[in-house]
Structures are given as C-alpha cells and as structure tokens.
Design a protein. Structure first.
Length: 385
C-alpha cells in the first residue's frame, strides 16, 4: 500500500490531477468500447477480456520514458447481469454467460497511472424494445438519481451519513433498496480502498461499526451506488471468484505454487486488483491463490447475487474535490427519458438538490425542477425539467 504519511501525493499538485484525468480518459474509452459491444449473444467473458485489453494498451502508451512508473489495470473489467450484483468476470475454464435481450448489465472497471486510480461503473439494457418500463426501469432510475444526488453531496465539509441517508430515500421512492453494506471508498495513490468510506443501507451491526467521515478539499472518491429491486442482501453462489487484490499482511507461504503466484502478483499488479485470467497457467494460479487467501495475503472480491428474478443497477464515478469545485472525471451520459417508472421522487429537499449544478458558482440560468420531479443530464451535471 502507499504510505499514509505527510508525503502522500494529492490533487493539490497539477501533475497528480493530470494523471487522474489520464487514467479517467482511458477507462472511459474502454467502457465505451464495451458498451458498444453489449449485444444479444455477446460473450461476457470476451467483453471483459476486451475491456482489460484496452486499459492495458492505452495505459502502456503513457509515460514511456519513465521506466519505473507503474500503470495499468486498477480493477479488471466485470460485467454482472440482472440479479448478479458484482464482480462477475469468468475465467477461461469457468462457465461464460451470453447476453440476452433486455438483460440489465453492470459494467465495472478501473485503470491507473502511477497509482492514481480512476474507476467507473455503468448500467445498460441490452437492445431494449423501445422505452423500458416496470421494475427494470424503477431500479435503473433509482440508481441513476441516487448517484447524481451522491455527487452533489460529496463535497468539502459535508459528511458521509448524509449520502447514505439520501441514497436510501431515493431508492425507497422507487420501491427499491440499496445493496446492504456496500462501500464507496476514498482513492489515494496505490490505494483503491482508502480509509474514508460511504456506506449504503447498513444493517445494525454495520451501523455500530461504521465510522462516518467528513469530505475535504483535495480528496478523491470512487462513489459507488448499487440498488436492487429485491431485499438488497447479496449472497454468494457457486460462481468461482476470479478477482483479487493484495493486502498489507505478511506471511511465509509454504506451497511453491503459492510463493510463485504471490511473487507474480507483487511484481505485476502491486496493490491493484487483478483477475486470475491474467496468469499464464490458470490451474497453477487457482492453486497458488488458495493459500494466499487462507493466510490473508490476498483479498477475494466475491461474486454476489440477489434472489433470482430481481434486478440490480449500478453507477460508479470518480470525483476530485478540487478547490475550484467538484470534478467528476468518469461516467457516461445517461438519458432518463429512455425509462418510464410509475414512481417518482416526492421529497422536496432531494428534488431541490438534484436541480442544482455540480458547481453552482459556474452555472447560470439553472432550470428549476418541476413538481413532477427532475431529470439529470449526466454530461453536465445539471437538471432538466
């Protein structure tokens, strides 16, 4: 992990901002390419491989003269469909999934330049027949508006519990629930899961343990919103875990395969998340990772599911808390007009919040939300009536 001391580089430095934005441009390019190929019959595995390939190729083009500068994938491409909540990115030796008409796909990925990470997640519907209605529309709109509200609340001097509360209220407006206990993390150099977090839908035990935080200037956050049509409780099933990340723990591994595997993780991936698919011998990688996980040298990203028949939607973006205001550097445009729900946001405070621009001081002639609710333009962060 990166040092947490006074020498921690932040976006107070122009070069750090540049590196975050370079990583963001790359992850945006990879996401757009994957989105375009989410068609009926497409292989989720192939799409994940393509997303990772683009991130590797594009990061490889940057800072070529600086041989010691690390860059590459910060979080491998995952595509979780319908009731699958997160982290589905199948190995070559595991079952694939072929996309079907009107599947709800959550695409999640991240890249880094010199350890400065940009992540993104986007929800799309595979070749819908016209405007989407019903529970799929409900959950996607809930996730979209919740993420837009979160963006406006993650600002200096604000507290994380306000984000938690607002995401909950918006979800309930659409008769949905946030996924229990999911965390959004502060991003720091070489650290994808910083100490400051935002929790959504905590259970009683999580509520007692969770430490709320106050956002500060020059911090960076990966704001992750996951909403379900069901109970919001993720469970593991039979799907094999493929995504992992190194921890700070130390241990002398006994198995030769585990030592070789861990050595490769350290040299190739550092503290970034990786997929077992990236290793030349998948069988050996599976063997090696087992002891590493057991001894807590490696953390697994479990593949979680809601109940069958339910649908989960996700939007995640990276935001820089600059002295000049908020800079959302990842996230694709989203058009609420493509979705029709019988539910809407009634809370006046939330409607007012969504009606504000991300940087009000720079925006003029803002349109006021109507009583029917607001629609948010993801491209410029402003509402449209």
């Amino acid at each position: 992990m990166a040092d947490k001391g006074d020498d921690q580089k932040t976006i107070a430095e122009d070069l750090v901002v540049t590196k975050y934005k370079m990583a963001a441009e790359i992850v945006q390019k990879a996401l757009k390419a994957v989105v375009e190929k989410c068609k009926i019959g497409a292989s989720v595995r192939d799409l994940c491989v393509q997303g990772d390939k683009i991130m590797l190729e594009e990061t490889g083009k940057q800072f070529k003269k600086e041989k010691d500068l690390k860059k590459g994938i910060a979080f491998p491409t995952c595509i979780s469909v319908n009731n699958c909540i997160c982290h589905f990115s199948p190995l070559l030796t595991e079952p694939d999934y072929l996309l079907k008409e009107e599947d709800v796909c959550k695409i999640d990925m991240g890249a880094h330049i010199d350890g400065f990470i940009a992540v993104v997640a986007h929800t799309l519907v595979v070749e819908p027949k016209g405007k989407l209605t019903g529970r799929k529309a409900d959950v996607i709109l809930a996730a979209h508006y919740a993420s837009e509200a979160a963006l406006r609340l993650v600002r200096p001097a604000s507290e994380s519990d306000k984000v938690t509360e607002t995401v909950q209220k918006i979800s309930e407006s659409f008769k949905c629930k946030p996924i229990e206990g999911m965390l959004s993390h502060q991003l720091q150099q070489n650290t994808i899961d910083g100490e400051k977090t935002i929790i959504q839908n905590p259970n009683e035990a999580q509520r007692k343990e969770y430490e709320k935080c106050t956002f500060e200037v020059n911090e960076v956050y990966a704001v992750d919103v996951l909403i379900s049509t069901g109970e919001g409780q993720g469970k593991e099933m039979d799907t094999r875990i493929s995504v992992y990340k190194r921890t700070d723990e130390q241990y002398m591994l006994k198995l030769k395969a585990a030592r070789a595997f861990f050595s490769e993780v350290q040299s190739k991936h550092g503290t970034m998340a990786f997929n077992l698919r990236d290793f030349e011998d998948e069988k050996k990688a599976k063997l090696g990772v087992s002891e590493c996980v057991k001894m807590k040298l490696i953390d697994p990203y479990q593949v979680l599911y809601e109940k069958g028949g339910e649908v989960v939607a996700q939007f995640k973006f990276t935001v820089l808390l600059m002295p000049s205001g908020l800079h959302k550097i990842t996230g694709l445009p989203f058009n609420p007009d493509d979705f029709q729900s019988e539910h809407k946001i009634e809370d006046e405070e939330i409607k007012k919040l969504l009606g504000t621009g991300v940087n009000p001081s720079k925006k003029k002639n803002k349109k006021k939300p109507t009583a029917e609710g607001v629609k948010v333009d993801a491209q410029n962060g402003e509402s449209k009536a």
